[in-house]
Design a protein around this ligand. Structure first.
Ligand code: ZN
Length: 63
């Protein structure tokens, strides 16, 4: 299942932000990043518990 991941700023562990539901090739190519408010989205790292604000540009694609 393809997904958007974030990398914790503290421990550098990758963790999942959200899953990409439509898995067709076309939708993969066109997969749009989830909407994140301009002031960022607080996410908590499941590894070290560090909570910080992430922007859309912090999202990475993982197949
Ligand atoms: Zn962490």
């Amino acid at each position: 299942m393809p997904k958007w991941i974030l990398i914790c700023r503290k421990c550098k562990t990758e963790f999942q932000h959200s899953q990409i539901s439509d898995v067709g090739l076309a939708s993969l190519l066109l997969a749009d990043k989830p909407n994140i408010p301009p002031n960022g989205n607080i996410c908590v790292c499941p590894n070290c518990g560090h909570a910080t604000s992430y922007q859309r540009t912090d999202l990475f694609y993982r197949a």
